[in-house]
Design a protein around this ligand. Structure first.
Ligand code: MTE
Length: 312
């Protein structure tokens, strides 16, 4: 993310969509996308992971191909190139057995086995937009469980103001973690507790009806669709309820570039590139980026009264 962003831009993408659509048409287009943001689903389907329920938290947009979802990845533990995670992670990462340690400011502490979680949960499919801070995006059918009910099981105390997440720390399984001179491994992320408890916050254990591929963060990763993709931490081994803002990898490296909140916001540019538009992987023309990645109706209330330019 700190590198290679310029080479991601193709000359064909520089012609803006607004330059041939009038402002009014563009606004109408954005509005239509917003209205279809959440559609009611229904029914269930069988899969390798068991029965998967369809939920209301699904968008009706063309899904990015499985090939792109699984071969154009950011997973710096396997290198900084988009193709490296698919080449390296499946041979190195051992996603079973796997437990997630849940601790901190809560009444009960536990290690949750991922297979137990899958067996004892109603898995849901959620088709979400996925918008990287590098200005590319995808639409991905995730399979998993909402985060809030899992967190509530451990009865966070009134001191639990934030939730901290941590990726596996193991250079044998994640060779990129050797270069600790640049990156303060392990990968860490965090949310405010009310963000973590929002119904859209999701723990994915699969995509396209199958178990999560190693390169997408097997066996369990966070998905926070209204925030830039780097908040959606992969291969989680620890979740902690904490009182203070937890340190996070990208924010620690470059706080002026990667804020703690990192809500998708087309009006707040990255210091080195615009966030007004994005390249939907598989599409030719760039499209306008939507406030909160199109989930404003659901999440804007979390930030009422906050200056989103200051708390970016
Ligand atoms: N989690 C870990 N542990 N390591 C990473 O490098 N990259 C983040 C996020 N989670 C990353 C991570 C970034 S920048 C993005 S955009 C998404 O994962 C990419 O998820 P995907 O490869 O499934 O599209």
């Amino acid at each position: 993310m700190l590198i290679r962003h310029q080479s991601d831009l193709r000359p064909s993408e520089i012609t803006s969509r607004q330059s041939y659509l009038s402002r009014r048409q563009w606004m109408a287009g954005a509005g239509a996308a917003f209205l279809t943001a959440v559609t009611a689903g229904g029914g269930a389907k069988a899969s390798a992971l068991g029965t998967i329920a369809k939920t209301a938290y699904t968008i009706d947009e063309k899904q990015t191909s499985l090939e792109d979802v699984t071969h154009y990845n950011n997973f710096y533990e396997y290198g900084t190139d988009k193709e490296q995670p698919a080449k390296l992670a499946p041979g190195l990462l051992k996603p079973r057995p796997w437990t997630v340690r849940i601790s901190g400011e809560c009444k009960t502490t536990a290690s949750v086995d991922v297979d137990d979680l899958i067996r004892t949960s109603t898995l849901e499919e959620r088709v979400y937009r996925h918008r990287c801070v590098e200005a590319w995006s995808m639409v991905i059918p995730w399979v998993g469980v909402p985060l809030a009910p899992l967190l509530q099981r451990f009865e966070p105390t009134s001191k639990a103001k934030f939730v901290a997440f941590e990726t596996l720390s193991d250079v044998a399984q994640m060779p990129g973690e050797r270069s600790s001179l640049i990156y303060p491994w392990p990968y860490r992320e965090g949310l405010r507790i009310d963000e973590a408890m929002h119904p859209l916050a999701f723990l994915a254990v699969g995509l396209y009806g199958e178990a999560l591929p190693a390169q997408n963060g097997a066996p369990i990763r966070l998905v926070v669709p209204w925030k830039y993709g780097f908040k959606s931490i992969k291969s989680i081994v620890a979740i902690r309820f904490v009182e203070q803002v937890p340190p996070t990898l990208w924010n620690a490296l470059a706080p002026e570039e990667y804020g703690f909140y990192s809500n998708v916001n087309p009006t707040v540019d990255h210091p080195r590139w615009s966030q007004a538009k994005e390249r939907r992987i598989g599409e030719f023309l760039r499209r306008p980026t939507l406030m909160f990645n199109g989930y404003g109706e659901q999440v804007a209330g979390l930030y009422a009264g906050m200056d989103l330019k200051k708390f970016f």
